[in-house]
Every structure is written in C-alpha cells, then in structure tokens.
Design a protein around this ligand. Structure first.
Ligand code: CU
Length: 424
C-alpha cells in the first residue's frame, strides 16, 4: 500500500512521461533504417506516364569518396497529356535529388543553364536540360534519382541508379565563408546553441507538466472532478487555486522573457542576416528545331495476359533521311528496339527492356507517311505496377517515341491518347 501511494504521488507523472517518450522513440526507430525504394512503383500509373518523361539520364562517376563530387544530368519532357486533376509544372517546381537521407549535399543545380537553387515554373510539352552537382557526405551504397518537386502534386521521380561512396564520414567538411569573411562549418555550426535551446524548452515543458500533474496526472480523473463541480452547480474554475494562477502567470512571464532575451542576444551576435530567397527563377524551354516527324495517334491497347502494350499511329517523315523507332519510354521504363539500338541496363534496378520493343511497318522514308504498329512487351509493366493504368478513369496513356535517322539524327516525339485494356 505504501509503495503504491508513493508511486501515485510522486512518480506517476514521470512514469507517464517516460512511457510517452518511449512510445515516441519506438515509432521513430521503426521509421529509420535503410530505405530500399523511393516509391518508384507506388505512384499511380497515370502520374508516372503523363507527367515528367525523364531521358538521357546520366550519373557520373558512380563511385566516389567522401568529399568528392558527383554529377546527375539529363533531360526531361513535360507531358502534353498531363492529367487535368494533377497540379502541373506551370505552377511551381523545384529540381531536387531523391536519396535515402542526407547522404550528399547539393553544390549546384541548373535547368537549361539557369541556377535552380530557387524554384521555377515550366511549360507543358517542352524539353528541358538539367544538371545537379552533389558532394558525397556519408559512405555507403545508395539509390539516387533526379526529382522534380511539383507544388501540390509532390515529388515526380526520375530513373534511379546505384552509387557507392567510400571513405569515412569523419573526412567530410562543409565549410562556407560568410559575407564578413568568417569561415563556418555547416555540419556543426551553432549545434551547441541549438542543443541548449532544445534542452531549455524541454525543461520548461517538463516543469509545466509536472506542476499541473503533481496532484492528479490523469486527464480522466481531472475531467471527473470538473464534472462533479458542474453537477453540483459550482464553477469548475474554482478547482484552480490562486497559487496555481500565480505560478501559471509566472511561467508565461518567464517564457516571454526568455524569448525576448534570446532574440536580443541573437541580434547582437549576428547583426546582419539575409532572408532565404523565395522568388521564382524564370527558365525558357530548350530551343529545339521544328519537328520533322509528325505522328497521328491511332489508339492503343494493353493485353493483360501478355503484358503487351500495342499502339498504332501514322508517321509522316519530313526529314532528309529514313527514320526508325529505336525506343519507347514511359513512366521511366525504356523499351528498346534491339534491331536499331543496343542498350543494356546499367545496374539491377535500371528499367531497361533491351529487347522489349517491336515495330511493324518498317522505316519511314523521307517525304512519306506510313502506318506503324508498336509493341512494347516486357514483365516490367507488371513489376512496376503499370497495369494499374487500366483502372484510370480517363484511360489516357502517354510516352516518348525515339526516332533514329539513318544519318545519325534523333528526334523525340510524345504520343498519347486513349488506351483500351484487353483481357484475353
Ligand atoms: Cu530508388
């Protein structure tokens, strides 16, 4: 009995706080740990097929030491068939990198040569060239993606590649010089002050909780006492004693004083600061020559048992040499026509079907129009859960078709339109 009274009087608030902290930390621990995927397959098919078409993606070098630089570059096309219900790149976009945690720092990022440390807005149906320079921070093996964050839509991720960082985290330094010539290390800058502020507010919060919980730490007990007062026709506010009111005012005064003093102290220490810049950067699409190839989309089907996507279109070639289709790209999957090109997956997660594309109708000679049938067949449709495209209410698909001329030229045309699923 004595022990029970002791626990209920003094240790109960602490026990509750401890349980709360433990639960919180368990949730946190459950969420840490290596991330093996970045939602590559999680987004709906129409979001992946009809938003950003990433191509010519290049990560080099794929092996670096801590402190070394790595470059991600390539191009993307903003789909003409962007779903109406999805906020698009004409709003606000930010070029970013997808990795499992802060394994790199970003040194530089550009779209069409313009700095993209701020956000931008783009046009639909246009091509853009990007470059991101990273500096390796933590050793390990990571899956890296270029990412375009689109306001109100989320992160639209590009193709991912495995990269390796060797060395030791202890060798990493991230120093910058301030406007007044002071050199600071961003890894540790003001960390002691940040810890101190957190500790101070943690103590304040515990003191506040402990003060109110000293008599009865349980909410339901308190609620019952309030109810009892109400039922007796008394004002429940009388449960709060004049002493408690004084202490509460004291807490408020002390809190405001700490905030005021902290502000003054920071102002004195850092008299000149500049805000983070939030203006949009303007960037024009890549100036590409007028297209030589005109496609008229004639419909598509997806045969579910055969994992076979089939599209029909008529192609007019206004260029100087015969053209053939070498690749079909949609949702970061690359279906390659092995009769035209030899492209092998760069690693186990590179989404390349080296022999996944078949064309009926042959090359299109200059000045002529031909009807072509394109078959993109591979298990990738299934493994990357694109078969959910048959569940899209609007049933529109899209992707890039890569034409290769006998003269070495390349022209990229986006196709898109309705698709009908076939079940047998
Ligand atoms: Cu990934």
């Amino acid at each position: 009995m004595a022990l029970r009274t002791f626990i209920s009087r003094t240790a109960r608030p602490l026990a509750i706080a401890a349980v709360a902290l433990l639960t919180l930390s368990l949730f946190t621990v459950a969420q840490i740990g290596p991330a093996f995927a970045h939602g590559e397959r999680a987004q709906t098919a129409n979001l992946r097929m009809r938003t950003i078409n990433w191509y010519d993606t290049e990560v080099s070098p794929k092996q670096v030491a801590v402190g070394d630089e790595m470059v991600i570059r390539g191009r993307f096309e903003t789909s003409k068939y962007w779903p109406e219900h999805v906020p698009s790149v004409t709003g606000r976009v930010y070029l970013n990198v997808g990795a499992a945690g802060p394994k790199f720092i970003k040194i530089k990022s550009t779209i069409n040569g313009k700095s993209m440390f701020q956000s931008s807005q783009l046009e639909l149906g246009k091509h853009y060239e990007y470059e991101i320079i990273l500096k390796a921070r933590v050793p390990g093996r990571f899956h890296l993606h270029p990412v375009l964050n689109v306001l109100d839509s989320g992160a639209l991720i590009g193709p991912g590649y495995w990269v390796d960082t060797t060395g030791s985290f202890a060798d990493f330094s991230n120093t910058v010089e301030t406007m007044f010539g002071r050199t600071i290390d961003l890894e540790t800058f003001n960390l002691d002050i940040i810890y101190s502020w957190h500790a101070l507010w943690f103590v304040m919060a515990l003191a506040w909780l402990g003060f109110w919980g000293r008599k009865s730490p349980l909410l339901i007990q308190s609620l019952r006492r309030v109810r009892q007062k109400e039922e007796a026709g008394e004002d429940p506010d009388t449960l709060i004693s004049p002493m408690e009111k004084k202490v509460a005012v004291g807490f408020m005064v002390v809190t405001l004083m700490i905030i005021g003093a902290g502000f003054q102290w920071a102002e004195a220490r850092h008299p000149v600061t500049t805000p983070l810049r939030t203006a949009k950067m303007d960037v024009d699409p890549l100036p590409l020559p007028d297209p030589n190839i005109i496609i008229e989309y004639g419909g598509a089907t997806y045969r579910i048992p055969g994992r076979s996507f089939q599209a029909e279109f008529s192609v007019t070639n206004n260029g100087p040499s015969p053209v053939r289709i070498g690749e079909f790209l949609t949702a970061n999957l690359r279906f390659i026509n092995s009769a035209v090109r030899n492209v092998q997956p760069a690693d186990s997660h590179d989404l390349v079907a080296s022999d996944g594309l078949r064309i009926e109708g042959g090359p299109v000679p200059p000045g002529e129009t031909r009807k072509l049938k394109m078959f993109a067949e591979d298990a990738l449709w299934e493994t990357y859960r694109l078969t959910t495209m048959i569940n899209d209410p609007d049933s529109i698909v899209a992707g890039l078709v890569f034409f290769y001329g006998d003269d070495g030229s390349r022209e990229i045309v986006e196709i898109g339109g309705p698709m009908i699923p076939v079940f047998e």
